[in-house]
Write a protein that binds this ligand. Structure first.
Ligand SMILES: [Zn+2]
Length: 233
C-alpha cells in the first residue's frame, strides 16, 4: 500500500515538478541542478583521486601499467550511487551523466595527477547498444570531465567490436577470455605518446577497462582511468 502511495505521489511530483532531484525526487527549481542540496552533500565520495596506490589503482597491479586511477563514488547496493547509475543507464538521462562527469572533473582537477592529459576517452559501447540507449553514458561522463579539465573528449578513438555477456559470474580467466580483443583503435587515430584518461561508469573487476587500456597501451599510449563509481568485489 505504501509503495502504491509512494509511486502515485512520485508520479504527481513528476507531473507538476518535472525537474526533480535524481536521487530522492525532491522538486528542484533550478534546471541546471540535478541533485538537491542534501543528496549532493551526502554523496559517498571516495577522495581516491589524491592517493597513489588507492584501491582502484590496486585493481590493475600486476596486470597493466596505469599512470593514475580513481573512482569518484563508492557503490553499494541500495545506495544513492546505485540509483544514479540506474538513472544514467536505463532512464534516458544523458544530462545527469554529463553533470556527474562535471563533478568527477572537479574532483580530478583538485590535484595534479590528472591534469597532464591529452584526451578523455570514454569506454565505448557496442554500437547496437548505444543506438538502443540513444547515448553512451561513459561518453556523457567524459564530456563533463572534458569541460572541467579543459581537455578534449574523443569518443571515436577506440571502437568496441562486439557486445559482451555479463562478467558477474565468471572467474578471472573466463572474464579475460570474454573481453580479449574486444576493442580496436580507429584507423588514423593518433594514440602514440598520448596520455589518455579512460572513463567508465563503474569499476568492479576492471576486466573490460583492462581490455580497452591494453588496446591503447599496445599502440604506445599512456593510460589513466577514472570511473564514476567503485564497487567492491
Ligand atoms: Zn535529493
Amino acid at each position: 500500500m505504501m509503495t502504491l502511495v509512494r509511486e502515485a505521489s512520485e508520479g504527481l511530483t513528476h507531473l507538476f515538478f518535472p525537474h526533480a532531484c535524481r536521487s530522492c525526487g525532491f522538486p528542484l527549481g533550478n534546471r541546471k541542478t540535478f541533485l538537491c542540496f542534501t543528496c549532493k552533500a551526502s554523496l559517498p565520495c571516495t577522495g581516491f583521486e589524491a592517493y597513489p596506490g588507492n584501491p582502484v589503482e590496486k585493481i590493475f597491479y600486476g596486470r597493466i601499467p596505469v599512470a593514475a586511477a580513481s573512482a569518484y563514488l563508492f557503490f553499494n547496493a541500495g545506495s544513492a550511487t546505485q540509483q544514479l547509475i540506474h538513472q544514467i543507464k536505463y532512464k534516458d538521462d544523458p544530462e545527469l551523466a554529463k553533470n556527474l562527469g562535471r563533478l568527477m572533473g572537479k574532483a580530478l582537477a583538485s590535484n595534479n595527477r590528472f591534469t597532464q592529459l591529452d584526451a578523455i576517452v570514454p569506454l565505448p559501447l557496442f554500437r547496437n547498444r548505444e543506438r538502443q540507449r540513444g547515448y553512451n553514458q561513459a561518453g556523457k561522463l567524459a564530456e563533463g570531465i572534458a569541460e572541467m579539465l579543459q581537455i578534449p573528449a574523443k569518443a571515436d578513438l577506440v571502437k568496441r567490436i562486439r557486445a559482451t555477456e555479463t562478467q558477474t559470474h565468471k572467474n578471472r580467466t573466463e572474464r579475460w577470455q570474454n573481453v580479449e580483443g574486444l576493442f580496436k583503435i580507429s584507423p588514423h587515430a593518433i594514440v602514440r605518446h598520448q596520455h589518455l584518461l579512460l572513463v567508465d561508469d563503474v569499476i568492479t573487476t576492471g576486466a573490460t577497462l583492462e581490455a580497452c587500456a591494453t588496446a591503447l597501451l599496445d599502440e604506445g599510449a599512456t593510460v589513466s582511468v577514472a570511473t564514476l563509481a567503485f564497487a567492491m568485489k
